[in-house]
Design a protein around this ligand. Structure first.
Ligand SMILES: O=P(O)(O)O[C@H]1O[C@H](CO)[C@@H](O)[C@H]1O
Ligand SMILES: [Mn+2]
Ligand SMILES: [Mn+2]
Length: 401
């Protein structure tokens, strides 16, 4: 450990809260996607006084977004450089890594070969094997899964193999071990899937419900990320929520699980009250999983407003030596056709009590600017990608643009 400017950096990823189409949205068929703007317009407004105070209204004009005169945070937008719009790619890029080739996707289901290997390895018949929404496929196939003692395998536009089973038929230990086998079978070429996900559910036919016992089995990041360099240098590199899964534990010094956005905010607050030096990295997945993929713009608005309500508690606990960065990993516009992520720019809000008001950080070329800033702050080797904006945070008003 050497020196640092800020002693603690807190990063909150509002999973899927994009802020408008990315420059390359056309390549993804996502022209016009705008998660935050669409939610604001659909609901005729958003009540987000605290995000507005930070400066979110400087990034977008939409009902409920207010351009305050003296934003408390520095604000900007970021484009994603990696050629993919999934969660892992977004988070890895935030920590300084690029993914050049998208992980493989299977829009017609998985090859028969893989399914046979999975059935043999798990001794359970596979049903489903198609692209599906997770909440819909358990209603469709849940009863059959129970009768046959089968496992439901499905995928999406993301590089995922998801396995759903009723907790009374395939207990959690078995489901997790099935997923580990599926992970082994798909870790390398020719499959190299981004993630295998356990999707247990409970209940009766017609009212099946997924439980929070979901578990993700990711690939390890292809190269060390800023989380690794921080941890290797002896700083804290804490993961709250899905972060530990997304990095497959790489560079994580402490992992803290959460079961909802509000639980994530509770855990963040506990972390803010703890004494440490380094990074605390939180993912709030409900925006994406509960509302974006479910194409529920009303629920999504409520989730953003609920997040906004919790912000002051965090801001009050921060001191002059802390930095808070709020951003996202991709979009998931709940008014857009389909049920998948949308290629969007993401918001960047950077708050420190040490220098207010903030000003524009402009439109950043890559999410990796966040990782580069963190590395710069803690004087560890910079990631290959990204430009630090740390110096701008120290400039004061004359840096205003
Ligand atoms: O429909 P469910 O099961 O929620 O799946 C969603 O969750 C997966 C992982 O985030 C994505 O691939 C998306 O399809
Ligand atoms: Mn995501
Ligand atoms: Mn998602």
């Amino acid at each position: 450990m050497t020196t640092r400017d800020f002693s603690r950096i807190f990063v909150i990823v509002m999973d899927s809260v994009g802020i408008g189409e990315a420059e390359d949205a056309n390549d993804y068929g996502d022209e016009g996607a705008d998660t935050l703007g669409s939610i604001a317009r659909y609901n005729n407004g958003l009540h987000i006084p605290n995000l507005n105070k930070l400066g979110l209204g400087h990034l977008k004009q939409a009902p409920g977004l207010v351009q305050v005169e003296h934003p408390l945070a520095f604000y900007g937008k970021m484009n994603e450089k990696s050629r993919s719009k999934d969660t892992m790619t977004g988070h890895w890029e935030i920590m300084g890594l690029y993914v050049d080739a998208p992980f493989r996707t299977f829009s017609n289901g998985f090859p028969a070969d893989l399914i046979t290997q999975l059935e043999t390895a798990t001794n359970r018949p596979v049903i489903g094997n198609k692209v599906a929404s997770g909440t819909a496929i358990i209603q469709e196939l849940g009863e059959e899964q129970m009768e046959k003692g089968a496992i439901i395998v499905y995928t999406s536009a993301d590089s995922v193999l998801q396995i759903a089973a009723h907790e009374d038929i395939v207990d959690l230990d078995e489901l997790y071990s099935i997923c580990e086998k599926a992970r082994e079978l798909t870790y390398h070429d020719p499959y190299m899937l981004g993630r295998v996900i356990a999707r247990p559910f409970i209940g009766e036919p017609g009212t099946f419900q997924r439980t929070s016992n979901r578990h993700d089995y990711a690939l390890k990041p292809f190269h060390p990320t800023v989380m690794n360099t921080l941890a290797d240098a002896g700083w804290t590199s804490e993961a709250i929520g899905k972060i530990d899964d997304i990095f497959d534990g790489e560079g994580v010094t402490h992992a803290i699980r959460t079961d909802s956005n509000m639980d994530g905010m509770d855990k963040l607050l506990q972390s803010v009250k703890r004494d440490f030096t380094g990074l605390s990295f939180l993912n709030l997945v409900d925006f994406d999983a509960q509302f974006g993929h479910r194409r529920d713009p009303v629920g999504y608005r409520e989730a953003i407003e609920a997040f906004d309500v919790r912000l002051p508690e965090v801001l009050e606990e921060l001191n002059d030596e802390d930095l808070l960065i709020i951003t996202a990993d991709h979009g998931n516009d709940p008014t857009y056709p389909g049920t998948d992520h949308t290629r969007e720019q993401v918001p960047l809000l950077v708050y420190t009590k040490a220098n207010q008001p903030g000003f524009s950080l402009g439109t950043r070329e890559t999410f990796a600017d966040v990782g580069a800033t963190i590395a710069d702050n803690f004087r560890v080797s910079k990631p290959h990608h990204g430009t630090s904006f740390l110096n701008l945070l120290e400039e004061g008003d004359e840096g205003s643009q």
